[in-house]
Design a binder for this molecule. Structure first.
Ligand SMILES: *Cc1c(COP(=O)(O)O)cnc(C)c1O
Length: 394
């Protein structure tokens, strides 16, 4: 039975082209990009070519791209680095209640250190309002951090509007663009973005490599100290093969992006309407339109999300309940709760996230398997049974 992998928001498979491009840099071209001899210079040239590809993809300059170990480090560095570099006595951050834990937990840690944080709540569709952000600003606000697109419910935030507001007010603007990279058009200049996080393994690149874009002139402290790599801002020997793989995967993802997006949107929307037509008592989470092309998120009444996930897994369909980071714990997702879904229904949530190569045939098979398992689990639910007997549900 072929696996139907619908968990691409958690991670994606490595592109075989990226793997082929990386491989020599593990073996024959193993030089340290900081070494002065030919092996080192060879590695350095390859790193700089990759840096340029990544910079171009967001309309940044090469010297504004800093390699990190991934999205989590980029988020930690952006927020902590800006706060540490600020000389204000009182420091205030505005972020949203639906950020990735890499942002939320960094803010929580900073709160313990005396930094003030406002968490703006989204509307019931998961959209952050620019007016709410404006309302939260005060004279001590140093940084606003709002994700480009949400990893659980796929909502795309009004980044350009938030950016231009921040620029007018002289407040730094960071966006976690990990889910948006490779899918959405990003222009750091037009959108007035000062700091942006990305991660290669979310767009078919290798795990363990990411980037923090830092606009020229932004005051930010070091996060990892050591040698003088990355213009003295981020120490550690550069992960040459991973960097090559990241740029290669990004280039590949961006080639014919429009047609790949159009295809995912078709599959996404027909799956959503098929679920709504074939399964009663389901709720779509997130906005219907301002939504990542690959994101589907449903709550199924009378069903425990983890049970459904395990059933689907046995039938060869890989999905996620809540987020990869929230699952494992029995807490329901902070994102689903922030959009006002009841605790009970929040526990009934499943995310299906498509990849570049997901096919209609796979989605049709996944739908059949989903319908079957939802029915089986509901038949086992005493609550569903009693509701049926009351004549409330048929
Ligand atoms: C996956 C993800 C991260 C973390 O990136 P890693 O490279 O896995 O550390 C951060 N933010 C968002 C929105 C993500 O989806």
């Amino acid at each position: 039975m072929e696996l139907i992998y619908l968990d691409n928001a958690a991670t994606t498979p490595l592109s075989s082209k990226a793997l082929a491009d990386m491989t020599p840099y593990f073996i024959s071209e193993f030089g340290n990009a900081s070494s002065l001899h030919e092996k080192g210079r060879m590695a350095k040239r390859a790193v700089e070519a990759s840096r340029e590809i990544i910079a171009n993809s967001i309309r940044a300059r090469s010297n504004e791209i800093y390699f990190t170990s991934g999205g989590t480090e980029s988020d930690n560095w952006a927020i902590r680095g800006v706060i540490k570099a600020s000389k204000n006595n009182v420091k205030h951050i505005i972020t949203s209640a639906i950020e990735h834990p890499a942002v939320l937990n960094t803010c929580k840690e900073l709160e313990k250190e005396g930094v003030l944080v406002t968490y703006v709540y989204p509307d019931k569709n998961g959209l952050i309002s620019v007016e709410d952000i404006k309302g939260a600003v005060n004279s001590n606000t140093i940084l606003i951090s709002i994700m480009f697109a949400n990893n659980e419910i796929g909502t795309i935030q009004p980044i350009a509007e938030i950016g231009s507001f921040c620029r007018e007010e002289g407040i730094l603007f960071h966006t976690d663009a990990v889910q948006a990279m490779g899918t959405l058009d990003i222009d750091v200049n037009k959108m007035c973005i000062d700091l942006l996080s990305m991660s290669a393994h979310k767009f078919n690149g290798p795990k363990g490599i990411g980037v923090l874009y830092i606009k020229t002139g932004v005051k930010i402290d070091k996060f990892i100290v050591g040698g003088e790599q990355e213009r003295g801002k981020r120490a550690g020997t550069l992960a040459t093969p991973l960097i090559i793989g990241m740029a290669s995967a990004l280039e590949e993802t961006l080639s014919n992006r429009e047609s790949k997006n159009a295809n995912m949107i078709l599959l996404r929307d027909s799956f959503i309407s098929d679920v709504q037509h074939n399964i009663p008592y389901v709720h779509l989470n997130g906005d219907k339109v301002k939504r990542l092309p690959n994101n589907i998120n449903f709550s199924f009444e009378f069903i425990e999300g983890e049970s459904l996930l395990l059933k689907l897994d046995l039938d060869g369909v890989a999905v996620s309940s809540g987020s990869a980071c929230a699952s494992g714990s029995l807490q329901s997702s902070h994102v689903i709760k922030a959009i006002g879904v009841s605790d009970e229904l929040a526990h009934s949530t499943i995310r299906f996230s498509l990849g570049n190569n997901t096919t209609r045939e796979q989605m049709n098979r996944a739908l059949k398997i989903l319908i079957k398992n939802v029915e089986t689990l509901r038949e086992m639910s005493p609550l569903y049974d009693s509701k049926k007997k009351e004549g409330k549900y048929v």
